[in-house]
Design a binder for this molecule. Structure first.
Ligand SMILES: C[S@@+](CC[C@H](N)C(=O)[O-])C[C@H]1O[C@@H](n2cnc3c(N)ncnc32)[C@H](O)[C@@H]1O
Length: 294
């Protein structure tokens, strides 16, 4: 189980007590998943894996750090993934998360072709080596709170969980994107420099690069750049979003604005002419695919 400050606070917030903060966060952050759902031809990705697997009736899928299931929900709502069920495909969906609350929330989102298959209440790095491999693995905005000392083990486990003919999809904010930049400024300006920053996608890709070495998979990275935009009048929405970005609801928006470093960062997010906040996201979409298919 997570031991460090950031990991422990993350786990504490992925709970029934954290539901209000989670809902406040997703008032804006649902956009992360809508854009990911639209960024790739997901039905085609499933069809290609199915073909490589020899056209079975079902594929296995591991959702790493399933959270509250916003990614499968977006795929089911905003893409043609549901039509895969009409083609006779069933996706046996394994939910992995150290939070039982998250697993239950994500399970409630699943609709055909996704069928709940397994609940794995564990961190990725501690996932039993005998579990898997899976035809499809995804980890979307999943691994920010990983303990740095566990990064390489987590990357190895993710790669090992991906079948040789399978694919893995990882999406995570980069070092310059809002989630990482905000949290660095929060730790610096509010916590006196104490605390473990989030893991960036660059760090994750480096660790995955080591883990895929000599294996069948290649890494393809694509950058998504966009803004979370919210009216400056919507104070409570902004505060809820930012508090969840730091897993800390004890610091008010006004305290954040007054804090050194963080205040400067937030000033740079204001578009006063338009009367909005713009939180700029840089997110990398990382695909592991069998090399010979590209
Ligand atoms: C932002 S959510 C992920 C969102 C999710 N992918 C979705 O589609 O809604 C982050 C999740 O990561 C989980 N988590 C934190 N540390 C983890 C670790 N080391 N391994 C796996 N999951 C972890 C948290 O419990 C939380 O549920």
């Amino acid at each position: 189980m997570p031991q460090n400050d950031t990991a422990a606070r993350s786990l504490e917030h992925w709970s029934e007590d954290g539901r209000r903060g989670m809902d406040a966060f997703y008032a804006l952050a649902h956009l992360d998943y809508r854009l990911l759902a639209k960024a790739l031809d997901h039905p085609r990705l499933f069809r290609e894996v199915r073909e490589r697997a020899g056209n079975p009736e079902s594929l296995s899928l591991l959702d790493v750090a399933c959270g509250s299931g916003k990614f499968p929900a977006a795929l089911l709502r905003d893409t043609a993934v549901p039509a895969l069920a009409d083609e006779g495909l069933r996706v046996d969906y394994a939910l992995l998360d150290p939070s039982a609350f998250s697993i239950a929330e994500a399970a409630a989102e699943l609709r055909p072709p996704f069928h709940e298959a397994q609940r794995l209440e564990t961190t990725l790095e501690d996932l039993d080596p005998s579990v898997g491999p899976f035809d499809v693995v995804w980890a979307t905005h999943a691994l920010y709170a990983l303990e740095p000392a566990h990064l390489q083990a987590a990357a190895r486990r993710l790669v090992a969980a991906t079948a040789p003919h399978g694919v893995a999809l990882i999406a995570q904010g980069t070092a310059d994107g809002h989630y990482l930049a905000f949290y660095r400024a929060f730790l610096e300006g509010v916590r006196g420099g104490e605390g473990t920053p989030y893991v960036s996608c660059e760090e994750l890709v480096e660790a995955i690069g080591i883990a895929v070495k000599d294996g069948p998979h290649e890494i393809v990275v694509r950058r998504l750049s966009y803004d979370h935009v919210v009216a400056q009048d919507d104070r409570d929405v902004v505060e809820g979003f930012l508090q969840r970005c730091a897993f800390d609801d004890s610091v008010s928006l006004e305290q954040m604005l007054d804090a050194p470093v963080l205040g400067d960062y937030l000033a740079g997010c204001r578009d006063d002419a338009a009367g909005v906040w713009r939180f700029h996201q840089e997110v990398d979409l990382v695909l592991l695919t069998p090399g010979e298919t590209r």
